[in-house]
Design a protein around this ligand. Structure first.
Ligand code: ADP
Ligand code: MG
Length: 635
């Protein structure tokens, strides 16, 4: 096939424009990206050679070379890795086959300052070479392939692809024609410095060809995780973090470098980031830790090595106990992998617990970033939930700006308190404003404030902590916990248990009348109507019926179309509230029935609003409200 002129994907074109006009200061990272690609290419071929040793031919030593030519103003990066065929070149360097590229392109805003910040965050791989080069030529010969192909582009919307006339050895050569103002990257010392800064950890030899033609080996050429801790500098750890994390200039929050010896042997060099990766809440929830076997890269995607609730972890795990020819598919059900996973999980949780105990302020930075992810682990019965819950921290009605663990909550429980109470809400403020809390505050019971959407799930899965029930204050049955003492008292005084101690303020008879009047008025919009002890200041509230889903959980299901519509709630009234007392009295005298009915509708609307539920009949609501205001103003 002869020369073809092809167009870049529109998305890639955006990236090109950004690179060519980049005001990003840290342009030198282009070299890190190209070396990283060369290293990946060597990794890939080494993996293939495990099952097909012949593929290496005579060229068995993997190597990356870098050569500057001052006269031609070119910088050339060569590897003897897996190489690319014609089709590979078109796909890999011309389309958005990679989801990372696509996501990057989607984030581009057109605002130079913002976008150059993105370059730092994403890395952006191969295309970063256009920050320094006006023309890029890639010559590649795939391992096992016969012919080399040349990809060439000046970044103007199109690239060409052609068969190479000459013969090239296996691997890839990237030739950058540097812009005049980027001549610094032709300088040996400058190059050496950049390579040492960013690529020291690369597990293959990186050679710089000097002007006199001799070679200089720049890096250590040994996988960083296989080296001993004492031999690795802070900067090297950081740079490796940046190369495996795609987290730009983020600093590692925690570095876990261990060698496990015993039943299973593996080395882990894992990092917890200091900020949230951009794809933390991407629906696929995939993990990014790379699996190596005896220093050979196996896979970093689609392997079950790290539980998804620890998906913020970056880094590598290298095992001595797995067969080298393990495929990405067989990793899934491999028993050793499962054991490594469990062992790493425990190690990470243990380290986090230690951090929490020793440096709570520091730990809180982690918790703010990743707490809602960690709590996902509480939903999975196969995970060490007893351990996970110990590193979870919560705001409560009593904790102020601080947070506590459920253990601390348990230690502070009041005499007679039979459950751990919680309320869910969009944020702490709105949760704190919930009328359902009133009775609990009066009793001086602490209530945990849960504001992450994952909270709706784990509380429903976990049910209890150390044998103590977790109870939502927005459920009908949680009121029993408030009643207990009162009814016990009533029992003492009268010798028998009173049926309904709540209706004392409005009288037994009036209470029954009012409840049935409300039921008639609201019809099937309510599941039930009843008096409550839950409230002190508010006249009414809504709660979920016994056995029904929590209110916010239900809304979540409806929002996500997993439920057609919300169920009717239990409407609770506060028999001590002046409005309710007045309603009951007027009803007993059969007075102002229309106003009573309007008031009930308005109270019901109010209860819905507090829950963040929409008021269904807005026109009716406004009409009633206006009438009431008119009356109030007239009085
Ligand atoms: P990434 O490395 O994150 O996949 P890049 O933009 O750096 O993204 O590279 C795009 C793709 O081009 C790579 O995934 C790889 O398939 C291919 N590629 C780039 N450089 C090389 C190389 N030196 N050898 C073989 N393939 C390469
Ligand atoms: Mg890359």
């Amino acid at each position: 096939m002869s020369k073809e002129v092809l167009k870049f994907d529109a998305e890639i074109e955006k990236i090109f424009q950004l690179m060519i006009h980049s005001i990003y200061e840290n342009k030198e990272i282009f070299l890190r990206e190209l070396i990283s690609n060369a290293s990946d290419a060597c990794d890939k071929l080494r993996y293939q050679a495990v099952t097909k040793p012949d593929i290496l031919g005579k060229d068995k030593e993997f190597k990356i070379t870098i050569k500057a030519d001052k006269e031609a103003k070119t910088l050339t990066i060569t590897d003897n890795g897996i190489g690319m065929s014609r089709a590979d070149l078109i796909k890999n360097l011309g389309t958005v086959a990679r989801s990372g590229t696509q996501r990057f392109a989607q984030q581009i805003t057109g605002d130079d300052a913002k976008d150059s910040n993105l370059i730092g965050q994403f890395g952006v791989g191969f295309y970063s070479s256009f920050m320094v080069a006006e023309k890029v030529k890639v010559i590649s010969c795939a391992a096992g392939g016969k012919k080399a192909h040349i990809w060439e582009s000046a970044g103007t919307g199109k690239f060409t692809i052609d068969e190479a006339k000459e013969k090239y050895p296996r691997g890839t050569t990237v030739i950058l024609h540097l812009r005049d103002e980027e001549a610094e990257y032709l300088d040996e010392y400058r190059l050496r410095h950049v390579i040492e800064t960013y690529s020291n950890h690369v597990a293959f030899t990186i050679a710089l060809i000097k002007e006199d033609g001799t070679e200089d080996i720049v890096n250590k050429g040994k996988a960083i995780w296989a080296r001993s801790k004492s031999d690795i500098s802070e900067d090297e750890y950081k740079e490796f973090y940046r190369s495996v994390s795609f987290m730009g200039q983020d600093e590692p929050f925690m570095t876990l470098h261990n060698k496990a010896e015993g039943v299973i042997e593996y080395t882990n060099l894992l990092y917890i980031p200091s900020s949230q990766p951009f794809d933390l809440f991407h629906p696929d929830r995939s993990t990014r830790v790379k699996l190596y076997v005896k220093r050979v890269f196996i896979a970093d995607e689609g392997i079950d090595l790290i539980p998804s609730y620890l998906r913020f972890l970056r880094g590598v795990v290298d095992s001595e106990d797995l067969p080298l020819n393990i495929s990405r598919e067989t990793v899934q059900n491999n028993l050793v992998v499962q054991k490594i996973k469990a062992s790493i999980t425990n190690r990470v949780i243990k380290e986090l617990k230690t951090k929490m105990t020793k440096d709570l302020d520091g730990y809180m930075k982690f918790w703010e970033n990743f707490g809602s992810v960690v709590k996902e682990g509480l939903c999975d019965g196969y995970e060490p939930r007893d351990e996970i819950i110990e590193i979870c921290r919560f705001r409560t009605t009593k904790s102020g700006d601080k947070t506590i663990t459920l253990k601390e909550y348990k230690d502070n429980m009041k005499e007679g308190q039979n459950a751990i109470f919680f309320i869910t809400g969009d944020d702490v403020e709105s949760a704190m404003a919930s009328p359902q809390l009133e009775g609990f505050k009066k009793k001086d019971y602490e209530v945990v404030l849960l504001t992450d959407s994952v909270d709706e799930f784990w509380v429903n899965v976990l049910h209890e902590y150390q044998g103590i029930e977790l109870k939502s204050v927005t459920r009908a049955d949680s009121e029993d916990s408030l009643e207990e003492k009162d009814s016990a008292k009533a029992q003492d005084e009268d010798g028998e248990k009173k049926e309904d101690v709540k209706s004392v303020n409005i009288g037994e008879h009036n209470s029954v009348e009012l409840v049935s009047f409300i039921k008639d008025n609201l019809g099937d919009r309510v599941k039930d109507v009843r008096t409550t002890h839950r409230l002190t200041d508010s006249p009414v509230c809504l709660v979920a019926a016994e056995g029904a889903m929590d209110i916010r959980m239900e809304r979540f299901m409806v929002d996500n179309k997993q439920m057609a519509q919300a169920n009717a709630k239990v409407f609770e009234i506060n028999p001590e509230h002046p409005i309710i007392v007045k309603l009951a009295n007027e009803l007993a005298e059969n007075k102002n029935i229309k106003t009573l009915s309007d008031t009930i509708h308005l109270l019901f609307a109010q209860a819905n609003i507090i829950e963040g539920e929409p008021v269904k009949d807005i026109a009716g609501f406004n009409k009633r409200m206006n009438e009431l205001m008119q009356k109030a103003l007239a009085a």
